[in-house]
Design a protein around this ligand. Sequence first.
Ligand SMILES: Nc1ncnc2c1ncn2[C@@H]1O[C@H](COP(=O)(O)OP(=O)(O)O)[C@@H](O)[C@H]1O
Ligand SMILES: O=P(O)(O)OC[C@H](O)CO
Length: 552
Amino acid sequence: MNQDGDMEQNLIGVIDAGTRTVQFCVFRTEHTKEIAKHTVDITTAVPQEGWSEQDPREILRAVETCMENVAKTLGSEAAENIVTIGITNQRETTIVWDKTTGEPLHNAIVWNDIRTDSTVDRILAKVPEQNTNYFKNHCGLPISPYFSAFKIKWLMHYVPQVRKAMKAKTCLFGTVDSWIIWNLTGGPKGGKHYTDVTNASRTFLMNIDLLNWDPYLLRYFKIPEDVLPEIKSSSEIYGRVAEDWPFGGVYISGVLGNQQASLLGQRCLKEGQAKNTYRSGCFLLYNTGTQKVMSTHGLVTTVAYKFGNSPAVYALEGSVAVAGAAIKWLRDNMGFLKDVDKDTESLAQEVFNTGDVYFVPAFKGLYAPYWRKDARGIICGLTAFSTKQHIIRAALEAICFQTRDILQAMNKDCGIPLTKLRVDGKMSENNLLMQLQADISGIPVIRAESEDITALGAAMAAGAAEGIDIWDINSEERQLVPINTFLPTSTESERDYRYSKWKMAVQRSLGWAVPKKSKIMTEERYRLLSSLPGCIYIMVSFGMLAVADLLA
Ligand SMILES: Nc1ncnc2c1ncn2[C@@H]1O[C@H](COP(=O)(O)OP(=O)(O)O)[C@@H](O)[C@H]1O
Ligand SMILES: O=P(O)(O)OC[C@H](O)CO
């Protein structure tokens, strides 16, 4: 609370570091609409097919620019009313840096990067029956390139600077939250190396029951504990922003992965409540209360949030890697539309249906509930009649079918079918998509009419922290987020027929990607060859060239 005790003047800043953008928003306590915001786009590099990297320094620069701009917009008097800061972020994205220099040791490996395919294959080959769920009792997650531990392993294996820094005990690992916290709180000059329990639950290294780094998994991945951040709750005082940053001296007191933050922002605080966020990917989280539910239908068990010393609340999550990203692909790679915001809905509405076209956007394999990294994108059912409008509409439907896949898995895991679906995220502004979602899933879709539900969740966590106490999460007087409802207009048999065709399309997308020579293989071969004595090296190299010639 500020010095004169005026609740109205208590402001909370939120750093929302997503995959595509970084923004800084300011909320008035217990109000759902932000009063100031600045957004900066982030560049993603694709050095090779399936790879996806970001520059951690660019993320920091974006955070600083956003904070500076918001400080300017607010003016110095209002800016002084910012009591605390919350952080919410893209999850799983892996950053390693040197704690003495503060310099990243490699680009950030983004959550949807699939370079660790072969690492995953090697691990799968060693576990009994190649069981994807072999470690699930430890961390709640299936074996997949999605999670951070595989990315850390890759960095340890292929980046000599990382190995060197680990040996010298100067290497730190963090997801985007940790990187930002460490830098905001002083960087090499005493920065705090922390993460929160929701982000830690996405690394594949946190014990899902005990909420600490799991010794068995650390041993398995050969990751030393001293590189990992300390795990804290999602709502407690983490420290203060260093004086050389905008808002220096302000507390940091709320940290959550962005999907968990939107669960909170949607007020899904009771067991059985769920939300779906439509952005580049699409993430459905179902609050299972203080009891974790282990999915037997392809979902992930994750921590939803933890307030201070209160018990952690768990969620079941269905993650879809490609949602809005498919529309972006239709714009950038196919040239089917110019502006995703303006054109998607109108073009898709120019046709009444997809003309029996199905689009499985498995660009990087399929996540929940399939967990098939060998799947690849397909568009099937094309005829001479098909147009780009049909394909755009099929891309929208694909997002709805994938959500139905997850809803079905959730209903089976939880036993009580969801009767409505709360939605948010930039893509949920598309009315046609929301209507298709209601028609394909057969339940009402309830859309939050607020753009920044994710940031709102982080503001709530920051404001509710002990010692800050300016947001009562359970207050009945809180302002509710205004909503729009979309009701199903289809019959059950129509829905089921279309869904059965979707399942046929998914079947056709599976098993497409076969392990192939990649840069990783080349580097591996290089490492092997360079460790051989010179003459053997030359002989083996010539041998390999001869074989390559013969094969060609
Ligand atoms: N009106 C719309 N119709 C369809 N897709 C949209 C619409 N608006 C945004 N999108 C898609 O949603 C995604 C926007 O997500 P955003 O929250 O900006 O990114 P990210 O999830 O990467 O942080 C983009 O992939 C974009 O293609
Ligand atoms: O792409 P974003 O920013 O919506 O976030 C991605 C998720 O956190 C990945 O798990």
